[in-house]
Design a protein around this ligand. Structure first.
Ligand code: FAD
Length: 397
């Protein structure tokens, strides 16, 4: 199997972590299909939007993160034929595989909210979900002295479910320090009935939002934007009512789904309304096509989509793929571990770690992570990026 052809779709966090591990295990025929010349460390975008990190710290050339001995095909997948075991690329190449890793991340669907795409980057609307606009978030926050600030989260799974609210806390804390928070009305629009999926951290976050005087709108969604008038329509799905709110700045999180080619193809999970890939939640292997594995944001796993989750998924996907190539049953299991570093102030953070059962899974002993901590903020700003570039992407952590 050392010469087996393994195609990895996506050279983001998940794709590179798995490719590095397969290479370390001695596979020669690993190829990563990735159209972007740039690799991003997306968790830093929250701090870019909060004025606490430069965008350049989140970016490296794709060539520098592609493991030695792995072939980078600079092209994108447009379809997979799992019966024939081939991937069709945008340039019309057919890549045959013995094993396939699906890791193309999510698709950002800005156009699902009328008016949002037109207003983004202009009309006082920004988003940390696009590196082109994260810097604009900070310009808007820094310039605000009074008025209404709206922060939104769409319905459905999104990558880093904490990110839509973290930026609200960073902004509110900045305004507090400037002495203008009392002149700001801050509205956080959440589609869920609670502030966070894990109840213990939810209790802490409710206190954080209350401390800043943030109006949290539960079970609510942004459904339209009128950029010229600076008006957002917010629908309360529980009450069945809509309200038009005038804003002076808005941070929007776009609705997300699997990439269309995946959502519309044979590898999508019919149980996922968003078209994410169908895999066994413990082995990360397709129940229909035993040579196919999926992980990261594109996989339909009942846990929070984060890079921290990918860190625990990658060794499982790599080990089970090697088992498949050797004709063995999958030997490794993923338990749903995910982690969300919840920045709650300019130098404070809560590290929420939990699994499929929503059981708290602290990985740092003797540290009370239900308390907002400065050492955890330093971990997020400096420790985790170093762990990412130096160890994770090399298959060492
Ligand atoms: P990605 O890293 O997004 O990689 C997908 C790759 O696939 C991309 O390189 C893309 O170019 C490529 N691709 C797309 N389509 C195709 C195609 N057709 N063919 C080939 N390649 C394709 N996680 C944390 O753990 N902690 C955090 O604090 C955190 N904060 C975040 C804050 C923000 C604002 C955002 C946006 C994300 C955050 N995340 C955080 C989430 C984290 O970045 C993702 O969960 C992680 O990157 C998922 O890895 P992935 O490989 O599945 O997707």
């Amino acid at each position: 199997p050392s010469a087996a052809r393994v195609v990895v779709i996506g050279g983001g966090t998940a794709g590179i972590c798995v490719a590095a591990r397969l290479r370390r295990a001695g596979l020669d025929g690993v190829c990563v299909l990735e159209p972007s010349p740039v690799h991003w460390y997306q968790p830093l975008w929250t701090l870019v939007g909060g004025g606490e990190a430069p965008l350049s710290a989140s970016r490296r050339p794709q060539s520098s993160v592609t493991p030695r001995g792995v072939r980078w095909v600079r092209d994108r997948a447009v379809s997979v034929d799992p019966e024939e075991r081939t991937v069709l690329t945008g340039d019309g190449q057919q890549l045959p595989y013995d094993a396939l890793v699906l890791a193309p991340g999510v698709q950002l669907n800005w156009d699902r909210i009328p008016g949002l795409a037109q207003a983004l980057g202009r009309e006082a609307v920004s988003s940390n979900y696009d590196p082109e606009h994260a810097g604009h978030t900070w310009e808007l926050i820094r310039a605000a002295r009074s008025g209404t600030a709206v922060f939104t989260m769409p319905a459905g799974p999104v990558k880093c479910a904490g990110a839509p609210q973290k930026i609200a806390y960073l902004a509110a804390d900045y305004w507090r320090k400037q002495g203008v928070l009392g002149d700001m009305r801050v509205i956080l629009v959440l589609p869920t009935a609670s502030i966070f999926s894990q109840p213990q951290w939810a209790a802490v976050l409710e206190g954080v939002a209350a401390r800043y005087g943030i109006e949290v709108r539960y079970s609510s969604e942004l459904v339209a934007v009128d950029g010229a008038r600076r008006e957002a329509t917010i629908r309360d799905n529980a009450a069945g009512t809509s309200e038009v709110v005038g804003y002076d700045l808005m941070h929007a999180t776009p609705p997300q789904s699997a990439p269309s080619w995946l959502a519309g193809g044979p590898l999508a999970d019919p149980a996922s309304p968003y078209g994410y890939a169908k895999v066994d939640k413990h082995t990360l292997r397709s129940p229909d096509f035993p040579q196919v594995f999926a992980l990261g944001d594109a996989a339909n796993l009942p846990t929070s989509k984060t890079g921290a989750a990918v860190r625990k998924q990658a060794p499982v996907a790599a080990a089970n793929l090697l088992d498949a190539l050797h004709g063995r049953q999958p030997s490794a299991r993923y338990d749903g571990y995910t982690s969300c570093p919840l920045v709650t102030a300019r130098h404070k953070m809560l590290l929420a770690e939990f699994d499929y059962e929503l059981t708290a899974r602290p990985s740092l002993p003797f540290i009370d992570t239900f308390r907002e901590r400065t050492d955890m903020w330093l971990l997020k700003r400096y420790g985790l990026p170093a762990l990412y570039w130096r160890l994770m992407l090399r298959g060492l952590a």
